[in-house]
Design a protein around this ligand. Structure first.
Ligand SMILES: CC(C)(COP(=O)(O)OP(=O)(O)OC[C@H]1O[C@@H](n2cnc3c(N)ncnc32)[C@H](O)[C@@H]1OP(=O)(O)O)[C@@H](O)C(=O)NCCC(=O)NCCS
Length: 154
């Protein structure tokens, strides 16, 4: 895996949207607009090589103790190279450094997160996510995403 992880910048916004929205079109994740990405830009990490964005993801704060990994995606031609794992581990490490206790993800790839120490939980155990966002989602009553949670050691 020859790529570098770095904070996202303004110049990455379109590439992040293209990556995420390609999977959103397949119903694998939620879409993001450039405005949404710009709003969260300070929290986004990208994996890049030779000027190309190969992967992305960010931590969204849901409460004082809880963050969510969002918009985690790796380019189709670079999957299986360890980039997604590196993004998850780096985001978890960033949460740990901030003294966060819980990292969650709502995902259609639970086995991938399980490899990184996440366990499946009832979605109501991450209720700030549900009350803060999911209730506004058109898929709320037919959500097929699985809640995964990792408890960080203090
Ligand atoms: C999920 C995703 C981020 C993983 O990134 P990646 O760079 O391919 O992951 P890694 O190379 O670190 O790990 C690959 C391993 O995870 C497994 N894996 C990847 N995607 C998986 C999925 N959807 N379900 C279960 N396991 C998955 C692979 O089988 C592989 O296992 P192996 O090493 O035994 O072959 C990437 O496949 C992706 O972008 N998928 C589409 C978007 C998506 O589903 N994002 C997650 C939304 S929260």
């Amino acid at each position: 895996m020859s790529c570098q992880l770095r904070p996202a910048s303004e110049a990455d916004i379109q590439a992040i949207c293209d990556l995420v929205n390609g999977y959103a079109a397949q119903n694998l994740m939620l879409p993001r607009t450039p405005a949404q990405v710009r709003h969260a830009l300070g929290d986004f990490l990208v994996a890049a090589a030779a000027g190309r964005v190969l992967g992305c993801g960010y931590l969204a704060a849901l409460g004082p103790d809880l963050v969510e990994i969002r918009s985690l995606a790796v380019a189709p031609d670079r999957q299986g190279d360890g980039i997604g794992g590196l993004l998850v581990e780096t985001l978890v490490q960033a949460a740990r450094a901030r003294g966060i206790k819980y990292v969650c993800a709502l995902t259609l790839a639970p086995e991938f997160f399980a490899r990184h120490g996440f366990t499946r939980v009832d979605r109501w155990s991450i209720s700030p996510k549900l009350w803060g966002e999911c209730v506004y989602c058109p898929k709320f009553h037919a959500c097929d995403e699985i809640a995964m949670l990792k408890v960080l050691d203090s």
